[in-house]
Ligand binder design. Structure first.
Ligand SMILES: [Fe+2]
Length: 331
């Protein structure tokens, strides 16, 4: 099945910028993300915690909101100017997809829309500026998380989702995974706007669900340090997979689970993709080096468990994965 070139758009999505998750115990979440992982607390409101990473000048890259059950309220994307929001609104409406403006604390006008798979998206241009902590080395802790890097989603039909993000929103493919059938099927697509490997990963699975939020760390040793920190805190159950090196993306990684099961990937060391003649890189779903370059297999929970989306307070219905192929899992 084809990988499509990005279609030109009259708006400019800059990058993935935040995720808003619901959590069942804000204090437990704060201990995980701030005290252990080392994110910076930008604000605490009655029902939410706003976090950012060390190099970020914008108010938040992760919003944790108190709720009865863990879920995902929104995936946030920054656009290049205020006028882009009106163009995006018109575009979503032309496609027959919901798009409304909502008030969000600490950020400007925000367009809330829904993609054809049912994923809740938010687009904004302005966010409150905050102090950049990049050179506050005295405050570094945990995994030395520098910035949000990407959002990874499981979707039932990767081809359809890829087609939407390439044709309608101008996302480019850096690397992709196909089945080995005579008529190869698209199993995963890593898509970007900012010029590294991805802003949005689409992966075959029951969905739509958020698989993980990817956070950029300073270097590979940060992954070792955070393993030691979780182990010392008797929280080894939060270390789900890694450290390792991905074949796809070449990045070093570690996957951790928060107290509600939301997954974060600590990630570093991918590469640039902004050349217009960049050729997307193909992987077979059966290539053992694809998921971990060194051949280590992911645990089954990594393929099965993910966070559900909500839209207007209701869970977004989950569709079964279209493709039955699955990479090898650890036994
Ligand atoms: Fe990732």
């Amino acid at each position: 099945m084809p990988i499509l070139p990005a279609s030109p758009t009259d708006f400019n999505i800059i990058r993935s910028a935040y995720a808003e998750l619901t959590v069942t115990d804000l204090e437990a979440s704060r201990a995980h993300y701030v005290d252990l992982l080392g994110l910076v607390e930008s604000a605490r409101t009655e029902d939410a915690l706003y976090l950012r990473a060390l190099e970020e000048r914008q108010h938040h890259c992760l919003v944790l909101r108190q709720a009865q059950r863990p879920a995902v309220n929104a995936l946030g994307f920054k656009v290049s100017c205020e006028e882009d929001l009106g163009r995006l609104e018109a575009h979503f409406r032309r496609l027959g997809l919901p798009a409304v403006y909502v008030q969000k604390e600490f950020q400007g006008r925000t367009l809330r829309a829904r993609d054809p798979q049912g994923m809740p998206l938010e687009f904004f241009h302005r966010m409150d500026p905050v102090e950049r902590m990049l050179q506050r080395f005295d405050l570094y802790r945990g995994a030395h998380v520098m910035r949000i890097d990407h959002l990874n989603c499981m979707v039932a039909d990767v081809q359809a989702a890829h087609d939407f993000y390439a044709r309608q929103l101008g996302f480019r493919v850096s690397e992709y995974t196909e089945t080995d059938a005579a008529d190869p099927q698209l199993w995963a697509a890593w898509m970007h706007r900012k010029g590294n490997v991805h802003d949005l990963a689409l992966m075959n699975g029951d969905g739509p669900r958020l698989h993980h939020v990817g956070m950029w760390v300073e270097n590979g040793l940060d992954l070792i340090r955070i393993c030691d920190i979780f182990a010392a805190a008797h929280l080894t159950d939060r270390l789900e997979r890694g450290p390792g090196r991905h074949g796809l993306s070449n990045a070093m990684f570690l996957y951790v689970r928060d107290p509600d099961g939301h997954r974060t990937e600590l990630y570093t060391g991918d590469y640039q993709t902004m050349d217009p003649d960049f050729e997307p890189i193909r992987w077979s779903v059966n290539d053992v080096r694809r998921q971990t370059f060194w051949g280590h297999k992911a645990p089954e929970c990594w393929f099965l468990e993910a966070s559900e989306f909500v839209w207007n307070g209701e869970p977004v219905p989950r569709q079964p994965a279209r493709l039955s192929e699955r990479p090898a899992i650890a036994t």
